[in-house]
Write a protein that binds this ligand. Structure first.
Ligand SMILES: NC(=O)c1ccc[n+]([C@@H]2O[C@H](COP(=O)([O-])OP(=O)(O)OC[C@H]3O[C@@H](n4cnc5c(N)ncnc54)[C@H](O)[C@@H]3O)[C@@H](O)[C@H]2O)c1
Length: 352
């Protein structure tokens, strides 16, 4: 069975961002035509600079909150990999209106335009934040808790819309609940930078990173290569294959909530965890970053690590079950956190 998207036309929304630009790069290497829709709100032109001269790459500078921009970008596309959104839990707590506007309003516009354009499948970035206050570990897709932030709510509402649109308009949808993705081109700057690029940048400058809390909180850190694989499998795994495997999965879990299709019209619509399936606490993570960066600059090993208060909206632990993705999509993450951190730190050392 094919595992990569080839010879197709693919719209990557948020294609100038961290995950989106990595998807664009992989798709171009596989002989696809790639359309990138981005308004550069948090993404950067330098992320897509190398692709601009590629005749298979088209940049549509526009906003997913503008329906005409969505329609223009999706023309003739086989698949949509929808990444555009305002990430970050703290950002959404500070400004819930803009996050809601982009993450729900923009999502619905893009989904509607994709349905209207009759794309083969709409794959979108969902989030592990949807598990909210659920203490269960590992997280399985059909058991979620109460949302802890406006961001988490937006991502869950997107899942509800996706299923509803599959039902109403027949568009196949797959949501990928990403767990703390990291890797090349993740932005280390700004108030809402993610922990890995932020700490790498601090360590490289011999400044002390500040861990929120005592460092025992843990996350299922996921390297970008695994996310690229999951997106491709989510787009092209045949519907019948997913259906057959879903029956086995549902039976095993005695679960009628984890169907892969909508109840009324029977169209494919599902969500999957995208992670490595291993958790690392913040103390361990910071130590590994120090050791990796010390290969380039031995002084870094002496940089002191500080601890601050816990952050609002943060859950103590996060760990994914990736069994569903493995079974229904053939997802096999190839990059462990160790290997991913080695590649990522090397990239930051050469690029920052
Ligand atoms: N990075 C993670 O760990 C993680 C975890 C869970 C979910 N996600 C989701 O994955 C997706 C990609 O995240 P990322 O880490 O690459 O973030 P990013 O900020 O690097 O990329 C998001 C991109 O979307 C663009 N964008 C934002 N608003 C837009 C709008 N209104 N119209 C058009 N483009 C717009 C930004 O300019 C940016 O290029 C997001 O949907 C995010 O919520 C990321």
């Amino acid at each position: 069975m094919e595992r990569k998207i080839k010879d197709s036309k693919v719209l990557v929304t948020g294609g100038a961002g961290f995950i989106g630009s990595n998807l664009c790069e992989a798709l171009l290497q596989q002989n696809n035509q790639v359309v990138c829709l981005d308004n550069f709100m948090t993404g950067h032109r330098h992320n897509i600079e190398p692709f601009l001269s590629n005749p298979n790459f088209t940049l549509v500078e526009g906003d997913i909150r503008n329906y005409e921009d969505c329609q223009k970008a999706v023309v003739g596309c086989d698949y949509v990999l929808h990444q555009a959104a305002l990430g970050s839990v703290p950002r959404s707590i500070k400004d819930p209106m803009t996050s809601t506007d982009v993450n729900i309003g923009g999502f619905v516009k893009m989904l509607h335009a994709a349905a209207e354009a009759k794309v083969k499948r709409f794959v979108y970035a969902a989030s592990s934040s949807t598990y909210g206050d659920s203490k269960a570990l590992p997280k399985v897709e059909h058991k979620i808790g109460n949302a802890l932030s406006p961001y988490a709510i937006t991502k869950y509402v997107d899942e509800l819309y996706a299923k509803n649109f599959s039902d109403l308009y027949g568009i196949e949808t797959i949501g990928l609940r990403y767990f703390n993705v990291f890797g090349r081109r993740q932005d280390p700057n700004g108030a809402y930078a993610a922990v890995i690029p932020l700490f790498v940048k601090k360590l490289m400058a011999h400044e002390s990173p500040v861990i929120n809390g005592d460092g025992t909180y843990s996350r299922d850190f996921t390297y970008i290569e695994n996310v690229i694989q999951a997106n491709q499998l989510a787009a092209i795994t045949p519907t019948d294959f997913i259906r057959e495997k879903a029956k086995l999965y549902n039976k095993k879990h005695s679960c009628d909530l984890c169907n892969s299709w909508t109840e009324n019209s029977g169209v494919l619509s599902d969500v999957f965890n995208v992670a490595y399936g291993q958790r690392t606490d913040l103390n361990e993570l910071t130590q590994t970053l120090k050791v990796n960066l010390s290969k380039f600059d031995p002084e870094i090993v002496k940089v002191e690590i500080l601890n601050g208060p816990n952050r609002a909206g943060d859950i103590p632990h996060s760990l994914a079950s990736i069994e569903k993705g493995k079974m229904l999509l053939g997802y096999e993450p190839e990059y462990s956190i160790k290997r991913g951190l080695e590649e990522a730190t090397e990239w930051y050392w050469e690029s920052l």
